[in-house]
Design a protein around this ligand. Structure first.
Ligand code: GLU
Ligand code: MG
Length: 445
């Protein structure tokens, strides 16, 4: 449906016009294109619906400099990016244009970024996820994936809109209209909600949606869920924070990644001959991920604030181990539901980078025939033989700087930009008190 793929330009324009008319019938007037930058911030460009056919053909411009922005909007530079030069073209994804239920008159689409001459932009995170999925598909592997979204709500005066206990029904009663509107908006946008519940911290909630068919769709879903939560919250006079650590000394917002592996129609989490149902290839994949978690945190726990959250006894998965239904293990196997959960990641992560990196690590595990160690039962904090994951962004950056496989899979432009942003954010908060880190990142995500 686009001239870039070599199809006939005129036909493509006609199809886009039909598409625009359909969207107009549904009340859409403007479209927001989003990308998520390397600091985990969702950036947007919007245009009137009347321009859809034109934008689908030529794109809208965006500077590549956002790929070296920190979460505080400070531009840094990498070997390839930074400075005022250059322009990329953003294109909507025809498969993923969604009218927004909580923003009447608006639709959203994740953007794909190209160079002006039509080539794929080497720093594009969504394309990295797509390339990783294609490598897995080359081995016959397919993924179901989904994220859990946690957030903390505040009123404009800074107070929590809930008073009841953690996980308490009181909180659902207190925010009944909000919860109803949120679930309705998600459903209208084609997202199938599995659960919505109050979480541990005051004003904290979680929603999980059905696993998507593939990593790119899972990352798109997460962006859509998050921006829908934000929009519904705003309509109820509330602010939503997805920051890893709202307060330094409090349970934070996780963004756990659930994944299931399949091979040629076979569910690799339900092998009747294997322990916990985990077929050898799935076990090797997960072992590869577990081995590489310290470097993967550069994608999944990318902020200095991530390490305020990634603490024992907060169900954040601060230890590098796996367990069956163990909520303190970084990797929790959920045999009853046929998938695994990576708990150590948070909502400052760029989900496209994260899924691409996890697949890269898992495929390396398969290639080397990695073996899962014994699962851990009980609290890993009591096990001196179980290592902690990195406890600071500095430590994670060291692992990432030595991660050759990730570097190769991401390519120099993307890898260099991520490394530059991580180093800059670590430097910006070097020596800062935990509560200052929490305060300065609280409303960035
Ligand atoms: N809020 C916890 C975190 O930071 C997760 C709680 C849960 O298991 O859902 O990851
Ligand atoms: Mg939760």
């Amino acid at each position: 449906m686009g001239a870039r793929d070599g199809s006939d330009g005129r036909d493509a324009r006609g199809e886009w016009r039909i598409r625009a008319a359909e969207l107009a019938d549904r009340g859409v007037r403007n479209i927001a294109l989003t990308t998520v930058d390397n600091a985990g911030i969702c950036r947007a460009k919007t245009f009137p619906l009347a321009r859809l056919a034109e934008v689908a053909e030529r794109g809208v411009g965006l500077s590549p400099c956002f790929d070296v922005y920190t979460s505080a909007d400070r531009m840094v530079s990498s070997p390839h990016l930074g400075g005022p030069d250059g322009d990329l073209r953003l294109f909507p994804d025809p498969e993923r244009i969604v009218p927004l239920a909580a923003q009447p008159g608006w639709a959203w689409s994740p953007a794909d970024r190209h160079e002006q001459d039509g080539r794929r932009y080497a720093g594009d995170q969504r394309d990295f996820a797509r390339r990783a999925a294609a490598r897995a598909a080359g081995l016959g592997l397919r993924f179901t994936m989904g994220f859990e979204t946690e957030w903390i709500l505040r009123r404009p005066d800074g107070s929590s809109p809930t008073t009841g206990p953690a996980y308490g029904m009181t909180r659902i009663v207190e925010l009944a209209d909000y919860g109803r509107d949120l679930l309705q908006a998600l459903a209208e946008q084609g997202l199938r909600v599995l659960q919505f519940h109050p979480e541990y911290a005051p004003g904290q909630f979680e929603v999980s949606t059905a696993p998507a068919d593939g990593p790119v769709a899972a990352a798109d879903d997460l962006v859509l869920v998050r921006e829908t939560v934000r929009a519904v919250s705003a309509r109820h006079g509330l602010r939503a924070s997805f920051a890893p650590a709202f307060h330094a000394a409090e349970v934070g917002n996780g963004c756990h990644l659930h994944l299931g592996l399949h091979r040629e129609g076979t569910d690799l989490h339900r092998d009747p001959t294997a322990r916990h149902g985990l077929a050898p290839q799935a076990a090797a994949f997960l072992a590869g991920v577990l081995d590489r978690l310290p470097a993967l945190l550069a994608l999944g726990a990318p902020s200095p604030a991530s390490y305020l959250r990634l603490q024992p006894s907060r169900w954040a998965g601060a230890h590098r181990c796996w367990g069956v239904e163990n909520r303190e293990a970084a990797l929790r196997l959920v045999p009853g539901e046929g998938h695994a959960e990576l708990k150590c990641f948070d909502a400052a992560a760029n989900p496209y980078l994260l899924v691409g990196a996890v697949i890269t690590a898992g495929l390396a595990g398969i290639a080397e025939g990695a073996q899962l160690p014994d699962p851990v039962t009980g609290d890993p904090v009591a096990r001196p033989d179980v290592p902690r994951l990195p406890t600071s962004l500095d430590e994670t950056v060291e692992h990432f700087a030595a991660a050759g496989e990730l570097r190769e899979a991401m390519g120099e432009v993307l890898y260099g930009a991520v490394l530059a942003v991580r180093r800059a954010e670590a430097e910006d908060f070097a020596g800062s008190e935990p509560e200052r880190i929490a305060a300065e990142t609280r409303w960035r995500y």
